[in-house]
Design a protein around this ligand. Structure first.
Ligand SMILES: C[S@@+](CC[C@H](N)C(=O)[O-])C[C@H]1O[C@@H](n2cnc3c(N)ncnc32)[C@H](O)[C@@H]1O
Length: 277
């Protein structure tokens, strides 16, 4: 399954799980049938495990177009990034920010260019679903860690979809592995919603997710899910056969030093082979 080449995620994504891969790789199963990641984002765990056969999903259409662009036309993506690199300036940044390219390879290079040069590297859209982050201080459009050729090869084994998480989870069968990393919403938190898309991830989405994972577990699917370590979230998974682990992480996504804090997170897991009669 795993190729010897290390692949570093090409996007910096809010809630990205690079820290998880570094600290908790031991919680990820070594072998499974299909890999299913319904909240793909920057895909840290996917790029770490490098599965041969995967189903990847996210509700963000620009993000999914980016993965498809790399899968189908990685060389065009690189050429287009080289062009953005040459042209990079205030005028070019805002022109590309306002552009709506049609082809996946152009949508991919736009997303990567903006992600690498925007303020604080955070993907955020306005009410109309438009990316509205101003230019930041970083000017590196191409990185030494980029390996789009290898990523394209890996993505050839993946079915990549714009989809709600429930559609992907319902397809998981015994022996598959789901890694689920949703936006962290907690109950009774009416003003602190995490916003990645124009649509919020609500508390009822959290309840739908817990139910979908419960039924996947009953079908013998291996599961690792992450979430906020909040009593309301723990309540959803406690006493129904999941293993709950609390871990701490240091968040550095905010530009404000006072927001760079230590957070407790929850890891929810189920290993089907531990539970065979
Ligand atoms: C915490 S991020 C995932 C980060 C990823 N694990 C990484 O390492 O970069 C959550 C993702 O869920 C997506 N999302 C939000 N609501 C969704 C839904 N209902 N179904 C599927 N994906 C959703 C967001 O677009 C976002 O990319």
């Amino acid at each position: 399954m795993k190729n010897s080449t290390t692949l570093i995620p090409f996007l910096k994504w809010a809630g990205g799980k690079r820290w998880f891969v570094q600290r908790h790789a031991d919680l990820l199963p070594q072998s499974f049938n299909r890999y299913i990641e319904p909240f793909l984002g920057g895909g840290s765990v996917f790029f770490s495990l490098q599965p041969d056969n995967a189903i990847l999903g996210d509700t963000n259409p620009d993000l999914i177009a980016t993965y498809r662009g790399i899968k189908e036309k990685w060389q065009s993506v690189v050429r287009s990034l080289q062009y953005h690199n040459q042209q990079h300036s205030d005028a070019h940044y805002y022109k590309i920010r306002d552009a709506k390219p049609r082809h996946d390879f152009q949508r991919a290079s736009r997303m990567i260019y903006l992600n690498r040069t925007c303020f604080n590297g955070i993907y955020r859209v306005n009410q109309r679903g438009e990316f509205n982050v101003p230019r930041g201080t970083k000017n590196s459009v191409l990185l030494d860690t980029d390996n789009f050729e290898q990523m394209s090869r890996l993505l050839k084994g993946a079915d990549i979809r714009v989809a709600d998480f429930a559609a992907l989870i319902s397809e998981a069968k015994a022996g598959d592995f789901i890694f689920a990393d949703p936006p962290y919403t907690v109950r009774h938190n009416f003003n602190g919603f995490v916003k990645y898309n124009e649509k919020l991830f609500s508390w009822s989405d959290q309840e739908r997710l817990a139910e979908a994972l419960y039924w996947a577990k009953r079908r013998g699917v291996n599961i690792v899910a992450t979430n906020a370590n909040h009593p309301s979230v723990r309540d959803l998974y406690e006493d129904c056969g999941f293993k709950l682990i609390t871990t701490s992480r240091y968040s550095s996504i905010s530009a404000l030093p006072e927001h760079r804090k230590q957070f407790d997170e929850l890891i929810i897991s189920f290993n089907a082979s531990d539970n065979q009669p």
